[in-house]
Write a protein that binds this ligand. Structure first.
Ligand code: ADP
Ligand code: DAR
Length: 354
């Protein structure tokens, strides 16, 4: 049973959201009927509808507005998650995400062999450890336990993946800021994650693993339990993709991850479901970028998302944009990266023709 205090916060939140001019998908899909149907539900982890929507209520400028406090929430609160997933990903309630398929790992090109446009290229995926809730329901002891599991598992990696785990606890502010400025480490919790209760006990249980070259990195307990990242200067998407796939295959032998028969790999934010893949370039396209709306329109034609230099909610610095695949759910890992590769090649062709 959901306690009275939570129900009171839910009612107040619903009233605030309904009265707002929020453009979030949460506002669009959380009708009074859906709200009343879900407000008394709880998952076996103890998560309520409030755990799901509190960030979207506190941040009316959210684009999406909801997070899953645990894996079960996608089923227990399906009446709000499914329409939002359909709206964002174009993924219908009766659709089924395809089995994991990284395809031919030797088939991606260097998207910018001249080095004229692409500063760096990155491919990441998210993974959730079976049996653990997502951030809002984790205890301090669980954060520590998960960090120990991740760091000990990664200590077994060999070859180019061999590296070291660096807990945020005890890291100097200077080292932390340098890693953030160099785009290797996640930023401090933003207001969206704070409001979603994703930052409790910070920095306990959070950290980063990386090899000496910082071309292979794993984030521990930022937004997702793990973010597995391959990145390097330049546009050699082929090398970066091979490294990521080898790493994911190696890690998955050692840690069981949460996988949903319909939604693929599960993540805290529904925008990352399915393949959880974001393949991105830091790119300079000065002619196209003269008109940002035009850049977004052209990128949109190739299912590409344009963001600032440090990802979402940031501005472009020095004319560098983070441009990545928009689609993650309802297609394979190979297809998601192929869409990015094809789109970036087209974008560079257009820039060069202007
Ligand atoms: P989210 O998807 O949750 O926004 P990302 O996995 O995209 O998070 O990581 C965002 C971070 O990764 C930002 O700091 C951004 O600067 C960095 N990043 C993304 N793409 C690249 C790239 N091609 N080169 C260097 N850094 C990148
Ligand atoms: N800021 C939240 C989440 C958007 C997707 N970004 C993630 N998951 N990092 C919003 O609803 O706008």
């Amino acid at each position: 049973m959901v306690d009275a205090a939570v129900l009171e916060k839910l009612e107040a939140g619903f009233t605030k959201l309904a009265a707002s001019d929020s453009k979030s998908l949460l506002k669009k899909h959380l009708s009074r009927e859906v709200f009343d149907k879900l407000k008394n539900k709880k998952t076996s982890f103890g998560s309520t509808l409030l755990d799901c929507i509190q960030s979207g209520i506190e941040n009316l400028d959210s684009g999406f507005g909801i997070y899953a406090p645990d894996a079960e929430a996608y089923t227990v609160f399906a009446d709000i998650f499914d329409p939002m997933i359909r709206d964002y990903h174009g993924f219908a309630k009766d659709a089924k995400h395809p089995p994991r398929d990284f395809g031919d790992i030797n088939s991606f090109p260097n998207v910018d062999p001249t080095g004229e446009y692409v500063v760096s290229t990155r491919v990441r995926c998210g993974r959730s450890m079976d049996g653990y809730s997502f951030n809002p329901r984790l205890t301090e002891a669980q954060y520590k336990e998960m960090e120990d599991k991740v760091s000990s598992t990664l200590s077994g990696l060999e070859g180019e993946l061999k590296g070291k785990y660096y807990p945020l606890t005890g890291m100097t502010k200077e080292d932390q800021q340098q890693l953030i400025d160099d785009h290797f480490l996640f930023k401090e919790c933003d207001r969206f994650l704070q409001a979603a209760n994703a930052c409790r006990f910070w920095p306990t249980g959070r950290g980063i693993y990386h090899n000496d070259e910082k071309t292979f990195l794993v984030w521990c307990n930022e937004e997702d339990h793990l973010r597995i990242i391959s990145m390097q200067k330049g546009g050699d998407l082929g090398e970066i993709y091979r490294r990521l796939v080898n790493a994911v295959n190696d890690i998955e032998k050692r840690i069981p991850f949460s996988h949903h028969k319909r939604l693929g790999f599960l993540t805290f934010c529904p925008t990352n479901l399915g393949t959880t893949i974001r393949a991105s370039v830091h790119i300079k396209v000065p002619k196209l970028a003269k008109d940002y709306a035009k850049l977004e329109e052209v990128a949109g034609k190739y299912n590409l998302q344009v963001r600032g230099t440090s990802g979402e909610h940031t501005e472009s610095i020095g004319g560098i944009y983070d441009i990545s695949n928009k689609r993650r759910l309802g297609l394979t890992e190979y297809q998601a990266v192929k869409e990015m590769s094809d789109g970036i090649l087209e974008l560079i062709k257009i820039e060069a023709s202007l």
